[in-house]
Every structure is written in C-alpha cells, then in structure tokens.
Design a protein around this ligand. Structure first.
Ligand code: MOS
Length: 758
C-alpha cells in the first residue's frame, strides 16, 4: 500500500487549518511550498554527476538532413557527446510505439529518428555536456546541411485541399449528420446573417519551460522528473519508445508550472534526455528554451463560416456552421469545433461541417477548451449579429432559443442551470440598462460597449484508482497518480478526503505526481475533479465503513447498536448524527482495535450506461464592458461578469481562480495572442514573450465570477463537473460583441488588434 514518497514533498495544509467541508474557500495546501521555493519543478531536481543537454533546432520546414558536422561542438571543453539520428541509441521503429495516450490518428513525430524534416524548428541534435553553458555554446557550433523540399504552411492559400479527417483520435466526435433542411431554410429566410471567421495560431506559454531530468541509478533504473500532465502517460511513452519494461522507469511530476494542454503529450525533450541517459549511462537534464516552446503543438489556425436565420420573433430557423482547420502532414489533429452549434440552441434545421488541411507544421495540440474556443466564439458572434438584424436584445435572443433538452441528440441534460447563469450574470452586470443601439455610450474620448456570450464545455468523467492509509495518530494519506498543473488538485482532493472522514485538513495529505501510484487519467478536459475526486470519495467511504465496524466492536462501544446510516464523521470522531455527544474519536478506534494502519483501495468506474442517457455539459454566461479609443483602436476590457454552472464546487477559492484565469486568457485571445508564420520560411517568427503578446496586469481590470447552484450526481458521485476550461469559452465572443456595441464595427478575426478596430 502506498505510503508517502519522500521525494515528492507532498504538501499539507498549515497547522490549525482545521475543519473544512466541500464548497468552502480554502487556500492551496501547496501554496506555502510554491511561494517559498520548496516546491520543485522538473528542471530543479538535483542529481550527482548530472549532464546537461541542449537541443539544436532545425531551420527548414521540409526536406532532409544531408550532413551534420559535430567536430567543432565536440571540441568545446566539457562537451561529452552530440547525439543525432546517426548515432542515437536504438529506438523502436514502428509508429505505434510513439503513440502516447492522447495521440491523434496518424504517425507521431519521432525525434532524431531519421534525417527527414517535417517542420521548422524540429530537433536535429542534442549536445550533451558537463555544464549547461558548455552545451549551450557548443549547440551553436553544430553545422547541419539540408536538402530542402517545397513546403506549404498557409491555411488560407491551401484551403482548396481541405479534406474530412480520416485518422481520428479517441474521443473525437465528428459533426453529426445534417438535421432538417438548413440550406433551404437559410436561402428563403428574410432575416439572416452570414460571416467568415479567422483565428490565428496560438501557442501555449506556461511559465514553466518544458524540461526533463533523468536520474539514472547504478542498476540502470530511470527516475524521470518531467513536465507533463500525466506521469503515467510519459512513463508509457518512454517504455514503448525505448523498449524498457515498466519497472525500469518511474516518471514524476509533483509540481507543474502550467501546461494548458501542452503537457497532454510527451514533448521531445523527454525522449532526447532518455536517449542521452541510456547512451552515456549518466543522469541528464534537458530544458527547452522559450523559443523552442514554439516548436511543438499549438492551437490550430482555423477558418469558419457561420450562417444563421430566424423568424421575426427571434426563433432560429437555420444554423449552418463549417470549419476548416490546420493539421500536420503526419497526424490528423482534430477538434470538436462546430458540434457546439447544434447543442447550444433549439433549432430544427442544422448543418455542420469540419475539414482539415495538412500543412508543414508540427501537429497542433489541445489548448484550453480546444475546439470550443474557436467554434463557440464564431457561433456567439454570429448570434450577436443576428440580434441586431432582429433589433432584439442579444440575451433575449438566447433565451428565446433556450434548449430544454439537448437539440443534437434529444437527450435530457444531466443538469443545466444556464438560465440561472443568464439571470444572475445579467443582474450582477446591470445588463437591463444596456441601450440596444451601438455607438451610443461614450465617456471622454472612449466609446463604451456592452457585450455578452454563452459558453459551453463538456462534463467528462474517466476512470481512476485511489488508495488510502489512515494511521493510528489520525493522519490520512490518499494517493492517486493524478496531476496538479496549478489547478488546485492537491487542495480539492484533500478537501474531499477531509470532509469525508471529518478530519482537520492538516491531518490529510493527497499524494500525486508519480507513475507508480494508483492509475489516474491525464489531467485534461476539465475532468480531473469529477474523476479523481470521485475515486477519493470512494476510497474514503470504504475507510468510513471499516472504521464503523471497528468502532462497533470496541469494548462497551457507544455505537454498538447504531446503524451506519445514523452516524457521521466530524471533528476527528465518528458520532451519532442525532446525538453528537455519543462519539468515538478515530484515534480511539485505531488504538482500541489495535490497528497501526487502516488501508483501503478503490476503483472508480464511471456509470457509463447511465451517463450515456444524458447530455453532460458545463455552461456559462459572460457579460463584459469594453472601452474603445476610436482614434487608436485600443480596447480595454474594463468589466467582466462570468456566471458559471459547473456542478458542485469543491473549493470556492481555487475554482474562482480557474475562472479568473480563463477570463484573463479570453481577453488575451480576443485582443493579443497570435503566432505569425513567415510562409517563405515556413517558420513561426514571434517565438518569444516579447513579440507573442499576452495580456499583462495593465490589460486586466474588474473580473467578477459567480457560480450558480448546481449539483450533478450523474456526472460524478460528488456532484462536481469541472471548471478548468469553461471559464475561457465565450469570453472572446463577448468582447468582440462589446466592441461592436461600442463602435458599430464587426471584427470577425482574432486577435482583434487596434488596426482592425480603427
Ligand atoms: Mo486541457 S487543453 O484538456 O489540458
């Protein structure tokens, strides 16, 4: 049974934190370790005789490596080896071994496999040295000769090659078949709108750089500290690529400095560090540079076309939504972009389409709310446009077409409190004071606009295991190979366990971030709380029953004649609910029964047969105010109210932080973020935080988050749905709509930079 793994430094709440219950606002149990630097990240683990690897990035988008000259690099004092496709250790040759648990269909990129170049910035060599400085200097001296081939990196220029994805990833739902006669209805409608939308490439920019520290022990075992959203996914990948058995590799990720989807797949620093460790029989660390963070997955460039039609009273009569997105030549990366348009509003006539264009880029990757971030944006901007065509309030239009059952499949919702989001969000914002006409609010030189949008995301549940150990001193350790990418997993799981067993929070530790712990899914898709949280609840309920039985057997037990249904765990004791004075402390139960440890294991399998009968989603209503300087085109988002329906909230504080983070990113996506490709070179050019603009403190003003009451026991036994992604969805559309309300200018491409607003 899993006890505390010392090296993980599993955090615990401060002494005196005391009793907590689900839904309270609780500070992060890992907060102190993070702000004092006690929390270690992948690049920070020390090792004896550590070697440092620096990656040499390729400079052409397509072709073959003809020559590599390493002699100058090897002559630098301290340089140990230059690893290339010509001298690397043996790796597996079949594509299947490179498929991590989230790989899309196709053939994954294989770092240093052969001389083929499939995208610009691809790793072509790893320089390994006794110091980071020597490796970095020598990396500049490696000379690579290429044979170039023609490349294509522009989505707009290549959209004629669009095709339906043939190679899909597990879990992807292609757009459903057309419903009704959407095209005919649109053609003959009096009130209709049409728009083309463009979204540029965005790159993940978590604070922490991608890094792997591979610590090799004398017996050849590899302990790898990796920046990943799943230690078990990275362990699986390393085992498969290198043909190493499961017990030869342990991957750890107790702290992750943000990832947003970029850590769903193992990145290339991981196999490169392992190659060096195997070849040189040493411990090795590889850290990518900020520029190299732009040389793997990204949110794909996407083109969309939306057509909506309505009756004069606002009833939607046609929804047509088509998207064309970019993928790589080697994999069909797919997103659910258009399906939301058939799920959000009641409409009898819907046609949806989704196509890909393969380009000479790295495969795109999931980035926070993949698909919805673009698809719901386009739909919600189109809905706003339709509201003006109807001379109708945009919120009234949404309420007019409110879906009481899922319009796509006719299923009931597991829970859907979107109406409460609209009502409470609008009241908090003061939406009823909004003038219908655009361009009518002004203060000083600034035009003011109010916009709103709806958000929607999946409420998913995977399967997970958890184990728990209660010690005689009344401290509890619950373990699962989960991940905390900054989202608050440590704290949420600790709260669930403390609440279940009535223990003070500082007595509970939740241990995650090690591939040898009980199996947990990848932290992604906003599913971790519903999944791992339910496993934690389950294992604690098993402990409850064990404790109850032991308590009943104690000599002169006050609970001897009590039923389990009539007791509760509270204040470190097991007590009769109706008579709180009749109680036995958990410590007494342990001592009285002669137990040093009480253990339980639990496998949480979702009730899929039941879940399949329901549409399971989170919802949001976003209201925002912008102030636009019409001469400079500068936009300030001065006020955002985000009303969220995401099931039961486990930790009011970290859940709110998740939504604030989503709103900040939504502002960033609407106004700032775009990676520009120079198509002559086939390369992303603004590959640094100086030129890849993100929202900074000065861009962020008032953000107000409210959670409406929702409790969903179909999605999870703890009632939670998940808040990781819903906070982003709809924000960029609300901003776009507010800019229209301020200026009368409809901008259909993101980011909405000043030149488009002027
Ligand atoms: Mo998220 S894009 O599911 O890490």
């Amino acid at each position: 049974m899993t006890d505390l793994i010392e090296e993980l430094r599993t955090p615990s709440a401060d002494q005196g934190t005391g009793a907590v219950s689900i839904g309270m606002a609780v500070s992060r149990v890992d907060g102190r370790d993070k702000v004092t630097g006690q929390a270690r990240y992948a690049a920070e683990y020390p090792a004896d005789d550590l070697l440092y690897g620096v990656v040499v990035s390729g400079t052409i988008p397509k072709g073959r490596i003809q020559s590599i000259r390493s002699d100058e690099a090897l002559a630098v004092p301290g340089v140990v080896e230059v690893i290339t496709h010509l001298n690397r250790p043996r790796i597996r040759s079949f594509d299947i071994f490179y498929k991590d648990m989230t790989a899309p269909g196709g053939a994954p990129f294989r770092p240093l496999y052969d001389g083929q170049i499939v995208y610009s910035g691809q790793p072509v060599a790893l320089v390994v040295a006794e110091s980071f400085e020597a490796a970095r200097y020598a990396a500049r001296l490696v000379q690579v000769g290429y044979a170039c081939e023609p490349h294509a990196t522009s989505l707009t220029e290549n959209r004629g090659r669009a095709y339906k994805p043939s190679r899909m990833k597990a879990g992807f739902t292609p757009p459903p078949s057309p419903k009704g006669h959407a095209d005919e209805m649109w053609d003959k409608a009096d009130i209709k709108i049409e728009g083309e939308y463009y979204s540029g490439v965005e790159h993940h920019n978590p604070m922490e750089l991608f890094a792997s520290t591979v610590i090799r022990s004398a017996d050849g075992h590899l302990t790898i500290y990796d920046k990943t959203q799943s230690s078990q996914n990275s362990r699986w990948y390393v085992s498969h690529v290198f043909g190493l058995s499961k017990d030869k590799v342990t991957v750890r990720n107790p702290y992750v400095g943000g990832a947003f989807g970029s850590g769903l797949r193992p990145q290339y620093q991981l196999p490169l560090a392992v190659m060096a460790a195997l070849q040189l029989e040493r411990s090795v660390r590889v850290v990518l540079t900020r520029q190299q963070m732009f040389t793997f997955g990204h949110r794909p460039e996407t083109l969309q076309r939306v057509r909506l039609a309505a009756d004069p009273d606002g009833t939607l009569t046609s929804i047509i939504h088509e998207a064309v997105a970019e993928t790589s030549r080697i994999e069909d990366y797919v997103e659910v972009v258009v399906n939301w348009s058939g799920e959000l509003y009641q409409c009898e006539h819907v046609r949806l389409g989704y196509q890909l264009v393969d380009l000479d880029h790295a495969s795109p990757m999931d980035m926070r709310a993949p698909g919805a971030a673009h698809g719901v944006h386009a739909l919600e901007v189109a809905m706003d446009e339709l509201s003006y065509a109807l001379k109708m309030d945009p919120l009234a239009l949404r309420l007019k077409n409110y879906a009481e059952i899922d319009p796509s499949r006719g299923l009931p919702y597991s829970t859907k409190e979107l109406r409460a989001c609209y009502e409470q969000g609008a009241a908090r914002f003061g939406w009823d004071r909004r003038p219908l006409e655009p361009g009518t609010m002004r203060e000083g030189r600034e035009l003011i606009g109010w916009g709103m949008a709806t958000g929607m995301w999946d409420a998913m549940q995977m399967f997970a295991r958890a184990s728990a150990v209660l010690r005689a001193d009344g401290t509890l350790v619950v373990s699962s190979a989960a991940t905390d990418i900054g989202t608050g997993t440590y704290t949420a799981m600790s709260i669930i366990a403390a609440d279940a067993l009535g223990l003070p929070l500082e007595n509970v530790r939740f241990q995650l971030g090690d591939s040898t712990l009980p199996v947990a899914p990848i932290e992604g898709g906003s599913s971790h709380v519903a999944t791992v949280g339910s496993a934690v609840q389950g294992v604690c309920e098993k402990l409850q029953k064990k404790l109850f039985k032991l308590a009943q057997k104690l000599p002169d037990s006050p609970l001897a004649k009590t039923r389990f249904a009539d007791v509760e765990f509270c204040g470190g004791s097991l007590r009769v609910s109706s008579q709180p004075g009749v109680a036995v402390s958990l410590v007494e139960i342990m001592h009285g029964s002669g137990n040093q440890r009480l253990e339980a294991k639990y496998l949480m399998l979702p009730n899929m047969l039941k879940q399949m009968k329901y549409q399971r989603s989170t919802h949001s209503a976003v209201f925002c105010e912008v102030r636009v300087d019409p001469e400079f085109g500068a936009v300030r988002v001065t006020r955002v109210v985000s009303a969220i329906a995401a099931g039961r909230i486990i930790n009011a504080k970290t859940a709110r932080s998740q939504i604030i983070g989503g709103v900040v990113w939504g502002i960033s996506q609407a106004l700032h973020e775009e990676t520009h490709c120079d198509h002559r070179l086939g390369r992303f050019m603004n590959h640094n935080l100086g030129e890849y603009h993100v929202s900074v403190n000065a861009d962020i003003h008032d953000i107000d988050v409210l959670f409406v009451q929702e409790d969903d026991r179909i999605v999870s036994r703890i009632g939670a749905k998940g808040v990781g992604e819903i906070g982003l969805v709809g924000v960029s559309a609300a901003i776009c709509n507010a800019i229209y309300h301020a200026t009368g200018r409809r901008v259909r491409s993101t980011p909405i930079t000043p030149d488009k607003v002027m």
